[in-house]
Ligand binder design. Structure first.
Ligand code: GDU
Length: 315
């Protein structure tokens, strides 16, 4: 396959690039390096099947050039921070909706046959049904979640009108080596600054499902192969874990792995113990649909958290 990975220098994107390169595909990465790091893809930079383009997808011209001679696009470029929903809605719109629109406009005039998009569990908001199936009510409670849902909707519309196939993954909290934001990364940095005390945002009872990046990439590629053979224009899959874990338990695992016994200081948070406005307090996706394709996570949330802590401490 000739593949474009947007956001391919980022956390999840670079793991996907590793797998695609190892499988012998021709890979182009488009990344503005705002969150991604060249270090993540350094091993491929001089490979003859690999091409790196540094560019901002808010510029339609850059996007148009990047989709040339490509069959499949994995669209992972995005600003992943739910918590900036109150301060920077414009940034979240531009880096999730506008860049997706630019990509879809470029696909119109191209030979692209498949688009794979990484959406988010946050499209469900405070889900009324747990575990939450793909058919559940969609009511995002953050601008980030709203922007992801808007991007999904545009993708579906364009796929039906402009004759390509599109696959959407609604991801749980993805963690692992190279992640450079989120709760585990934050806790490690806070404890490095002050080993005596750990500030925990909210009341610590936030409970979510965490999936290791290796299980995520495995799932995305496995389900993509399944989807390719199906006679569907558009489909949506949740990707997450079957169990969940509280923020307090994550704090305990991080402290233990660092050999520390800090005092936990809960900020109390907002709106009944959330870390910030728009933080979904309880998230557990139903992964029955993904499992019916033959995929299942190898690691539980707890195992994924512990492995990630070890990986980040080493890095
Ligand atoms: O220093 C911190 C950081 C986070 N938290 C808490 O930890 C939980 C997880 O927060 P993260 O920042 O790790 O992740 P989010 O749940 O906000 O979002 C993540 O998962 C989503 C999908 O579930 C999106 O895809 C998003 O891009 C990704 O960052 C939250 O309840 C938050 O309140 C803390 O207590 N202290």
């Amino acid at each position: 396959m000739r593949v474009l990975v947007t956001g391919g220098a980022g956390f999840i994107g670079s793991h996907l690039v590793d797998r695609l390169m190892e499988e012998g595909h021709r890979v182009r990465v488009l990344d503005d390096l705002s969150a991604g790091r060249l270090e993540n893809i350094r091993r491929w930079l001089n490979h003859n099947r690999f091409e790196f383009v540094r560019g901002d997808m808010r510029n339609p011209e850059i996007v148009r050039e990047a989709v040339e001679d490509v069959d499949v696009i994995f669209h992972l470029a995005a600003n992943p921070e739910v918590r900036i929903s109150s301060q920077s809605p414009v940034l979240l719109y531009e880096t999730n909706v506008l860049i997706t629109y630019n990509l879809l406009q470029a696909i119109r005039d191209s030979n692209v046959k498949f688009l794979v998009f990484t959406s988010s569990s946050t499209v469900y908001g405070d889900a009324k049904v747990l575990p939450t199936p793909e058919t559940a009510w969609l009511e995002p409670i953050s601008v980030y979640g709203g922007a992801k849902l808007a991007a999904e909707a545009l993708i579906s519309g364009y796929a039906h009108i402009f004759d390509f196939k599109a696959l959407v993954f609604r991801l749980a909290n993805i963690i692992g080596e190279r992640s450079n934001h989120g709760v585990i990364y934050d806790f490690i940095n806070k404890l490095r600054r002050n080993p005596e005390e750990l500030e925990i945002l909210g009341d610590g009872t936030q409970r979510k499902s965490y999936l290791h990046v290796s299980d995520t990439i495995e799932g995305m590629l496995h389900i993509f192969e399944h989807f390719r053979k199906e006679d569907k224009v558009y489909d949506v899959y949740n990707l997450g874990n079957e169990d969940w874990i509280t923020v307090r338990e994550i704090a305990e695992i991080v402290s233990e792995e660092m050999g520390l016994r800090p005092v936990f200081k809960f900020t109390g948070g907002v709106d009944g113990g959330r870390g910030w406005k728009g933080d979904v307090k309880f998230m557990l996706l139903s992964i029955e649909k993904a499992k019916r394709t033959g995929w299942r996570p190898r690691m539980s949330s707890r195992e994924a958290v512990r492995k990630t802590v070890k990986e980040l401490l080493k890095g």
